[in-house]
Design a protein. Structure first.
Length: 305
């Protein structure tokens, strides 16, 4: 007879997922496994991996089932690893796993063949081996374009879960990885950005004397709540109520790391729909292009758009 207590223990430890090997170890024959699937006690997710109970498994159960299905030498990788480590929100339904030996991807289960990794490159989360942030970002570089990867890298660095030197180290250790060229470009761009390592407060301290020196500046508000329409309240860095210009200081530390590029672009879209001009200023603009940027800002303000 199957030992359902043992099966339940496996399921509790694995978010509801169990492997065929574990079911056999608990005394189930393959015929009994098939009958349990028919009766609804088990639900087959992948070849050799099942979920106990409900037919709508949790996200963790789906990840565990994929993890069990791939077998030895597997780790949770790429964006799925960052999701498990609470470093990024879920991106789609795919489950990304890394494996040191060639394994076939199936449906939403994406298996990336990678080099053999040492234990120091892996963390443990919910009982599974998970790529540490630098290795996870290397895996993510296989599926994200440069712009999206740059935002993800910036977010993880801001949360102090990795650093550019650690990413350099991973790039050196796994030089043959297909994701290295893209991740290297993103790391180089991050390092060369004029705002790298600077805070939003530093940017504001530099910006205020520069804007105050501009001629014929209309009245403005700084960091105050503004209701652009009923129920839509924002706090612009600088708000020019007359010409309806919303100026934001785009420090990488704040605008790319603490929020996502998508969020900022959505705010721009909403502002335009309300007849407001969004005007973003970066460290590059302040340090190297201020004269041209200031002239454009004044042109917008004086047009009264």
């Amino acid at each position: 007879m199957p030992d359902w207590n043992q099966i339940a223990k496996h399921a509790r430890e694995q978010d509801g997922a169990v492997s065929l090997a574990q079911l056999r170890g608990a005394g189930m024959s393959d015929d009994q496994v098939r009958r349990a699937c028919v009766s609804g006690q088990l639900h087959r997710r992948h070849r050799g991996a099942f979920v106990v109970g409900g037919d709508i498994p949790s996200r963790y159960a789906r990840i565990w089932a994929g993890y069990l299905a791939v077998g030895p030498d597997v780790w949770v990788d790429a964006m799925t690893a960052l999701e498990l480590l609470a470093l990024h929100e879920r991106v789609g339904e795919e489950i990304h796993l890394g494996c040191a030996t060639r394994r076939r991807s199936r449906g939403l289960l994406r298996v990336h063949e990678g080099p053999r990794v040492e234990r120091r490159h892996l963390w443990r989360k919910r009982g599974m081996l998970v790529a540490a942030p630098p290795l996870a970002l290397l895996g993510a570089s296989l599926t994200l374009d440069d712009d999206r990867l740059a935002v993800v890298v910036a977010n993880v660095v801001a949360k102090r879960k990795t650093s550019l030197p650690k990413l350099d180290q991973v790039l050196g250790e796994f030089a043959g990885h297909h994701g290295c060229p893209r991740l290297a470009r993103v790391v180089d761009a991050e390092r060369s950005d004029p705002g790298f390592g600077r805070t939003n407060a530093e940017m504001e301290a530099m910006f205020l004397p520069m804007i105050r020196a501009l001629p014929d500046l209309p009245p403005y508000l700084r960091n105050e709540r503004v209701e652009l329409e009923p129920g839509y309240v924002v706090v612009p860095d600088v708000w020019f109520p007359g010409p309806r210009v919303w100026l934001e200081l785009d420090s990488r530390t704040w605008h790319e790391r603490r929020k996502t590029m998508d969020d900022d672009r959505r705010k721009d879209q909403r502002a335009v729909a309300l007849g407001i001009v969004p005007f973003r200023i970066t460290w590059q603009h302040l340090l190297h292009e201020w004269d041209a940027v200031a002239a454009d800002l004044l042109a917008v303000l004086h047009r009264g758009i």
